[in-house]
Design a protein around this ligand. Structure first.
Ligand code: TRP
Ligand code: ZN
Length: 515
């Protein structure tokens, strides 16, 4: 029950419907101090240096400190998986090229629910232990800082979904009606492969997955080869040539039909639609090429070579996820229409190419994706309709909509809705709250009204270009705003992101509740 309720919350937030609510305590903490250097090449190494953490710890994420490891930087991963979908048993071999960021006598890799059976470093067997989702590796000799080694891990077991603190529906690898899929934001990738599970450690991947025919595998990247084996298994091989954050690896096994579309500027669009999804509900994907061109116009060129939608036949997980080059959609979200399509597409720029360096900056992903929905409304229906959406979001976030009711109940409801925390500092168990999406989107609209269209889109494009294929923080964003606008707007943006009270939007006649 709870799972379904949460799935619906995610759907509702994406749709900016007005019947959502999470009673999160209001945060009154001061804004997080800017930690960024503004350096476009922020790497795990910078995070290590700034936060003073090392390979014994997690990577030091402010919200999920145990995730990842700061002692090394994954360069490339070559993973081969044999997945028996009838039993759910997965056997894998992962070969990770890792660069030591400090002298490593030991380090950890995230691997949950599955078990290692052999580990080697540069071909030499290594000692290891495995506990609480952390695989600790003790190589025969210390790996010196600056050296790249090949870490090879043989692993396997019965796959199972898990309960993440970040969502109440099940996450990680799990069954669909006719196959399997993975939903991994923020920490589910370790349920199907060993990983340095943090968006600040992007790497390239080669992925080979064997499944019983005639099931089809869909994944991020380019399908480079398909081989049929004598035992009836089919091996699908993918190449992810652009760096990818671990949670953004798309993975689906099912009865898919491949539907191609002509993309703009040489972008190849290939969709994997589960054959049991009705064609009429798939029409929301008809305009993807146009949407790519629309967003390229505003934010700069589409960052990858391919795009498409992976549509799963699942009733369990009512969510969409912006998996890189192939966004994932649970069947239930299709009823949201084109807005969910453009939302996930927008994440290819904001979230995938320019990725979070720390999870508490999640508004950077969701605020831009939500704002893009409103830009699509503006373009396809007109600015008046965009303003209706802005006003609805504002009234929901400020609690004002409830004052239109009668009696004390509406005042109480209004006060309850003031419990939405500001978007800039979500809690670890609440990173997808409605404020991250809606007040995140409103932050961007307020900025646009403040600086004008030309400067606003110039800011967005500069931010994109500067941090493409890398990571950025809110501080990086604000530094870009100030530089491009030629004025100090730190206080203006901070108020939208961190103040308990909603700032007003005077030109639209929108103001917060008193007191
Ligand atoms: N990031 C997803 C989107 O906005 C939605 C989402 C929220 C999600 N919570 C999640 C995805 C948990 C996976 C797991 O498109
Ligand atoms: Zn989103």
């Amino acid at each position: 029950m709870v799972r379904t309720a949460h799935s619906l919350l995610v759907i509702a937030v994406l749709a900016a419907a007005c019947s959502v609510g999470t009673g999160t305590p209001t945060s009154t903490t001061a804004p997080a101090a800017g930690v960024s250097t503004g350096d476009p090449d922020i790497t795990a190494a910078d995070t290590v240096a700034r936060l003073g953490i090392h390979a014994d710890d997690g990577l030091g994420d402010p919200l999920y400190p145990d995730l990842g490891n700061a002692g090394y930087d994954v360069q490339h991963v070559d993973v081969a998986i044999r997945f028996d979908t009838s039993s759910g048993r997965l056997e894998g071999q992962s070969v990770m090229e890792i660069l030591a960021l400090e002298d490593l006598d030991s380090w950890s890799v995230d691997l949950d629910f599955l078990f290692p059976s052999a580990v080697s470093v540069d071909g030499e067997p290594a000692e290891w232990s495995h506990e609480n989702g952390e695989l600790r590796i003790d190589p025969a000799k210390v790996v010196a800082a600056g050296k790249t080694v090949v870490l090879s891990i043989t692993y396997g077991g019965l796959t199972e979904p898990y309960d993440s603190p970040a969502a109440t529906f099940m996450m990680g690898i799990q069954r669909s009606v006719d196959g399997f899929f993975a939903i991994s934001e923020p920490d589910g990738t370790s349920s199907w492969m060993p990983v340095n599970d943090h968006p600040s450690d992007k790497a390239t991947y080669s992925l080979a997955v064997s499944v019983p025919g005639p099931l089809v595998v869909a994944a991020s990247g380019t399908l480079v080869d398909v081989e049929r084996a004598d035992d009836g298994f089919i091996k699908y091989m993918f190449d992810v040539a652009d760096p990818i954050a671990p949670y953004l690896l798309a993975f689906g096994v099912g009865d898919f039909k491949l539907v191609e579309q002509d993309g703009p500027d040489g972008v190849v669009i290939r969709n994997y639609f589960d054959v049991d999804i009705r064609d009429s509900t798939l029409s929301i994907f008809d305009r993807q090429a146009e949407m790519i061109a629309f967003l390229a116009d505003r934010f700069g060129p589409y960052p990858f070579d391919t795009y498409g939608a992976l549509v799963l036949d699942t009733t369990e997980v009512g969510v969409a996820l912006e998996t890189q080059t192939l966004s994932t959609f649970g069947a239930q979200v299709l009823s949201l229409g084109e807005e969910v399509v453009i939302h996930e597409l927008a994440h290819q720029w904001f979230g995938d190419s320019v990725s979070l360096e720390r999870w508490d900056d999640i508004w950077l992903n969701e605020g831009f994706a939500t704002y893009t929905q409103w830009l699509w409304v503006e373009d396809t229906q007109g600015p008046e309709f965009r303003d209706v959406r802005i006003a609805q979001a504002y009234e929901l976030m400020s609690g004002r909509q409830f004052l239109n009711g009668t009696g004390s109940e509406s005042v109480a409801a209004a006060q309850a809705y003031r419990q939405f925390p500001p978007p800039g500092e979500p809690k670890a168990d609440d990173i997808f709250n409605a404020s991250v999406y809606l007040r995140g989107g409103l932050t961007l609209h307020a900025l646009r009204l403040e600086v004008g269209d030309e400067t606003f889109f110039d800011i967005a494009r500069t931010f994109q270009k500067r941090f493409a294929y890398a990571n950025a923080t809110t501080a990086d964003f604000i530094a870009t705003v100030n530089e491009v606008a030629g004025q100090d707007l730190t206080g203006f943006v901070d108020a939208w992101l961190y103040d308990e009270a909603m700032p007003p939007l005077p030109s639209l006649g929108l103001a917060p509740l008193n007191g």
